[in-house]
Design a protein around this ligand. Structure first.
Ligand SMILES: [Zn+2]
Length: 125
């Protein structure tokens, strides 16, 4: 089994509903996201997936939420923008694009969101 990993950062505002504590008030984080792909077969160039392509897949997802208030954007108008839910959001958005791009050869293994340097949430299936 092969894995490739790409990380990227974004800065967004959020607040948590149905939550008592510091995060119930609007504030921002410098988030980091890590997407890990996995697969058993490499392409003709010996790559699971070109890092450049994975970055291209992640770019529109990041551009949509960077320097935005997450609570104002679907699906976070309803779903709480917790690190857990943001991790699943990246997982779902990048999975969709990747499936078409690699005809199922490569899948997303997991997606991790750093809300701070010492706190992460990971989504996988
Ligand atoms: Zn927060």
């Amino acid at each position: 089994m092969y894995e490739v990993t790409v990380e990227a950062g974004f800065s967004s505002g959020h607040y948590l509903r149905n939550y008592k504590g510091k995060c119930e008030n609007p504030h921002g984080h410098n988030y980091k996201v890590r997407v890990t792909l996995a697969g058993t077969e490499l392409d003709d160039a010996g790559l699971l997936l070109d890092f450049k392509l994975l970055k291209q897949v992640m770019r529109p997802v990041i551009d949509r939420i960077d320097h935005q208030m997450l609570n104002d954007l679907e699906p976070f108008t309803v779903l709480n923008p917790s690190a857990e839910n943001i991790a699943k959001y990246f997982y779902d958005q990048t999975s969709e694009q990747l499936a078409g791009m690699t005809a199922g050869r490569v899948r997303i293994k997991e997606c991790t969101i750093w809300e701070t340097d010492t706190t992460t949430a990971t989504y996988f299936e």
